[in-house]
Design a protein around this ligand. Structure first.
Ligand code: NAD
Ligand code: MN
Length: 364
């Protein structure tokens, strides 16, 4: 029997509600399947930790995560602490510390979800966004001088490296190649940003030569937002810079029905470090502590985590359980227009997983 070591970091806000729910789903899965088990370690890092210790996570925190097979993360963001402190002190510290340079964000309209685009059939929207996750606009280079004086100045410098762009392009082309349509759209803004983005385009062209079977095109980021709304079926795999992909993937999530459903994986494709899986939403201050958060984004992130571990059958079982549950509108949370609670949705998915195993063992 394989035992996977999983770190759980609920973080702040509804992260504290959806991550225990995700753990419950993994436990239900392991209970029903003798092939593997999970060993969890929970980390209380985040806003409360900051109030006690003045930092979001311990200085040597990465060392406690290094030997894990994967990390399940909630959200960093506290109403009483500035967002740049919570984000840089926890989530980005892990993403950058473990060089999780590929952020992968699948989007689909799940069964039973009433998505906002009226002319879009569910089959038209099946995207996977690859976000460069290690540099670009989030490289953290910049400064602020003469604070409070009329001559105050501030910079955030976007750094792009050839090595960084090559590896994300190669990852995106390879991912596109693995999907049925073998179609990649490279998002750019090289009309306005005439140095780094021009290099980005040039490297995309170079890497494309390694993937002659992948059909690809280029789209300016602003035009891409309109294309996502007006011609969703023309997109499949999408690659974009750190900031562009961050924005496009919230739009993608909304077009698929809710931010509460969308998952993501922060992947180290070379597997030198553990990869980290999380719902794309944040702390949701407006609903935190009420048990109303949609846990589906976390469950789908669990699916990605299982796929990363190579547990494809188990991943499929969890995805089927999720889709069975979204198809039942009485199990929709508030963000989907329903009244179900986090606990009800979680219990339903766990029950579905237990049922799937009973069926499988009867068939055997
Ligand atoms: P948010 O995702 O927290 O919330 C946006 C809206 O979507 C809110 O109305 C919220 O109620 C709703 N929503 C989000 N997830 C939901 C779910 N699972 N179920 C039901 N409704 C859901 O984004 P925000 O308001 O921009 O940010 C709040 C805080 O979270 C900020 O501190 C921000 O920095 C942080 N944040 C963290 C991460 C992260 O750690 N990965 C990501 C985004 C935002
Ligand atoms: Mn975001």
């Amino acid at each position: 029997m394989k035992t996977y070591r999983i770190a759980t970091i609920p973080g702040d806000g509804i992260g504290k509600e959806v991550i225990p729910a995700g753990r419950q789903v993994l436990e239900a899965l392991a209970k029903a399947d003798p092939a593997f088990a999970f060993e969890f370690e929970d980390f209380d890092w985040g806003g409360d930790y900051y109030r006690k210790h003045g930092v979001m996570m311990p200085e040597r925190g990465l060392d406690s995560l290094r030997e894990k097979d994967a990390i399940l993360f909630g959200s960093a963001g506290d109403p009483d602490i500035p967002d740049h402190i919570t984000l840089w002190g926890l989530r980005l510290k892990i993403c950058q510390g473990f060089d999780q340079y590929a952020n992968v964000r699948p989007t689909r309209i799940l069964p039973g979800i009433d998505a906002p685009l009226k002319r879009c059939k569910p089959a038209d929207l099946d995207w996977i966004i690859v976000r460069e996750n290690s540099e670009g606009e989030y490289s953290g280079v910049g400064g602020r001088v003469h604070q409070g004086h009329p001559i105050e100045a501030a910079t955030d410098v976007s750094i792009m490296t050839r090595a960084g762009v090559e590896r994300i392009m190669r990852f995106a082309f390879r991912l596109a190649q693995s999907r049925p349509r073998k179609l990649l759209t490279v998002i750019t803004k090289s009309n306005a940003q005439r140095h780094a983005m021009v290099m980005w385009d040039q490297i995309a062209l170079e890497i494309s030569k390694e993937f002659p079977d992948v059909q690809w095109d280029k789209e300016l980021v602003d035009a891409a937002t309109a294309r996502m709304v007006n011609r969703p079926a023309t997109l499949d795999t999408i690659v974009a810079t750190n900031l562009h992909a961050d924005i496009l993937s919230d739009l993608a999530a909304a077009l698929a029905g809710s931010l509460g459903i969308a998952p993501t994986g922060n992947i180290d494709p070379e597997r030198r470090y553990p990869s980290m899986f999380e719902p794309i939403h944040g702390s949701a201050f407006d609903i935190m502590g009420k048990g109303l958060a949609n846990p589906v984004g976390t469950f789908w992130s669990v699916v990605m985590l299982l796929e990363h571990l190579g547990e494809r059958e188990a991943a499929k079982r969890v995805m089927q359980a999720i889709e069975t549950i979204t198809a039942d509108t009485s199990l929709h949370t508030g963000d989907l227009g329903g009244t179900a609670t986090t606990a009800q949705v979680t219990a339903a998915v766990c029950a579905q997983l237990a049922k799937a195993t009973v069926a499988a063992s009867r068939a055997a």
